[in-house]
Write a protein that binds this ligand. Structure first.
Ligand code: ADP
Ligand code: MG
Length: 556
């Protein structure tokens, strides 16, 4: 890049810098973002297809989960990366709706491009989109339906809706039950406000068995074994001590100072160490513990004494697990063994070491009113276990969202159609060129029911016509497409239910990224835009072969 001054060119940017300005920059960014949206659109909804992703090491992931697909793709173009960020934000904030957010963003950009072609200025489009997004939030809140925290049936529907179309589908009722129980166990109410920290739900996975072997543990599952094979394998009515220091005698300091000249001295010395360790075990026993978890090590001799006392002991337990054990069993975490008393002990019905697949795991289960629980995910192969785990993670997003806001929406495109309808009315009241942008926003919302229909092999035009007609009825705001029967139905009654928060977040982040991309008219890349012109973008939208990291993908 160079400017002229008195006939002398002045170099401002380095040679390697690649710059795209104005319409070119805009079109390139829009194209890149739309490719990303297209790449996940076919996975949307219960009848969406899966994708097989192969990374550079040949590892395979089979998934239907929008954000997982995008994370696995090695995206290079900056605008495409912004789209991937949208999916990640959606995942972090609410756990579900990642595909929706990205598909809506892609559609918003496609419609914006049409307006740009009609010479509507990008800032007008951006402003119209911003107005429309605000209005959408209002509309969604108005049509949302109340749900009670006690309404387990509806909460389960929220979970099964999030699971449909994923590998976990066939066991969705069963898994939904587990998730709702888990979330309710860790929910805490204070002054009528419910807080849920899903970090208190530990999800472990082990391949083997079937999906229906997935279980909820009212307590903590720990991927460890007991320290000594002669300790009991199972302890009922467990009294649990949690210690975050070591059951060891610090030897180094002693070694440095003492020179032993007489065998009796040596014996006295060993006796001393022995009696210290024995004392520690004695303390634990006197406190009344029959199970011990330590965050640090346990000396061999101490292990021996513990085993002799019939105490079940586990060492080097992760700090986070010790904390979970404390929440689940009510035990206090003690640092100095001398301070340990009966009051510090936690309780659980059973502590047991069990062989699962090839590994030993420790169950601390049947806790009374545990404030920390675990889910063990099982499935025939690694791919199934991973996909079931992702489905459970989605549910762990939506169920708390529904509980916290106590508001739900009909799925199957119901809320998108209603938002589109109301936005069109609103657009007329705004008028001017912004009206065009708000109308484009409304049209963009309909991409969701259209994609749901397309992916189910239905005629998207017919579906849209039916849906729009349904929404003209006075009680039509929850009508969506049942992709199995191809009929427009009340989605709340059908049990296709989404939390309000997921949709609000999806629309907000989709419009934010669309506006951000639209407002860029200058791309200055320090070392070029990846491989070749336009950052390795394929020349044709329909052809995905050019995307980085997806080279090994079979045709879909
Ligand atoms: P996302 O990543 O956006 O959550 P999904 O592939 O999970 O994408 O699809 C979610 C969409 O599928 C939502 O619009 C939801 O309403 C819809 N959906 C889920 N179950 C059904 C169903 N049984 N019938 C119709 N639509 C459904
Ligand atoms: Mg989903």
């Amino acid at each position: 890049m160079a400017a002229q001054m008195g006939g002398q060119p002045i170099l401002i940017l380095s040679d390697k810098t690649q710059r795209t300005i104005g319409k070119d920059a805009q079109r390139m960014n829009i194209l890149a973002a739309r490719v990303i949206a297209e790449s996940v659109k076919t996975t949307l909804g219960p009848r969406g297809m899966d994708k097989m992703l192969v990374d550079s090491l040949g590892d395979v992931v089979v998934t239907n989960d929008g954000v997982t697909i995008l994370k696995e793709m090695d995206v290079e173009h900056p605008a495409a990366k912004m789209m991937v960020e949208v999916a990640k934000t959606q995942e972090d904030e609410v756990g579900d709706g990642t595909t929706t957010a990205v598909v809506v963003a892609g559609e918003l950009l496609k419609r914006a491009e049409e307006l740009l072609d009609q010479d509507v200025h990008p800032t007008i489009v951006a402003e119209g989109y911003r107005l429309a997004a605000d209005k959408s939030n209002e509309i969604l809140k108005k049509i949302a339906v109340d749900v009670s925290v006690k309404d387990d049936e509806t909460l389960k529907k929220v979970a099964t809706t999030a699971m449909t179309g994923k590998g976990a589908e066939k066991a969705k009722e069963y898994l939904a039950e587990i998730v709702v129980k888990a979330v309710k166990a860790v929910a805490e109410e204070e002054d009528g406000k419910i807080t849920i920290d899903i970090d208190h739900i530990k999800v472990e996975k082990k391949e083997g068995g079937g999906i229906e072997d997935t279980e909820l543990i009212k307590g903590v599952l720990i991927d460890k074994e007991r320290v000594h094979s002669s300790m009991p394998k199972k302890v009922e009515n467990a009294k649990i001590a949690l210690i975050n220091s070591a059951l060891e005698v610090k030897e180094t300091e002693i070694d440095a100072e003492i020179r032993i000249t007489d065998p009796n001295q040596l014996k006295a010395f060993i006796d001393e160490e022995e009696s210290m360790l024995k004392g520690m075990v004695e303390k634990i026993k006197t406190a009344g513990a029959n199970v011990l978890f330590t965050q640090k090590g346990i000396d061999d001799l101490a292990q021996h004494y513990l085993a002799k006392e019939g105490i079940f002991a586990v060492r080097r337990v992760k700090k986070s697990d010790i904390e979970k054990l404390s929440r689940a069993t009510g035990a206090n975490i003690v640092t100095n063994i001398d301070d340990l008393s009966g009051d510090d002990l936690g309780k659980s019905g059973v502590v047991e070491e069990v062989k699962i697949g090839d590994d030993e795991m420790i169950y601390v289960k049947e806790c009374k009113d545990p404030k920390s629980v675990s889910i063990l995910v099982r499935g025939g192969t690694e791919h199934i276990v991973d996909e079931v785990e992702r489905a459970i993670q989605d549910c762990l997003g939506v169920v708390p969202a529904a509980i916290k806001d106590k508001k739900i929406l009909g799925g199957g495109g119901a809320s998108e159609i209603e938002v589109a309808k109301e936005l069109r009315k609103y657009a007329k009241s705004v008028g001017g060129r912004e009206q065009l942008a708000i109308e484009a926003f409304a049209d963009s919302m309909e991409v969701i029911p259209r994609a749901l229909a397309e992916n189910a092999g239905l005629d998207p035009i017919d579906t849209l016509v039916d849906l729009r007609a349904g929404h003209e009825e006075s009680d039509g705001s929850t009508r969506g497409i049942d992709v199995y029967s191809n009929e427009v139905k009340d989605m709340i009654k059908e049990g296709v239910i989404e939390p309000l928060r997921v949709k609000v977040q999806a629309i907000n982040s989709a419009s934010e990224v669309a506006v951000m991309i639209l407002r860029i008219d200058d791309v200055i890349a320090a070392s070029g835009l990846g491989k070749g012109e336009g950052g390795g973008m394929p020349p044709d939208m329909g052809e995905m072969g050019g995307m980085g990291g997806m080279g090994g993908m079979p045709p879909m």
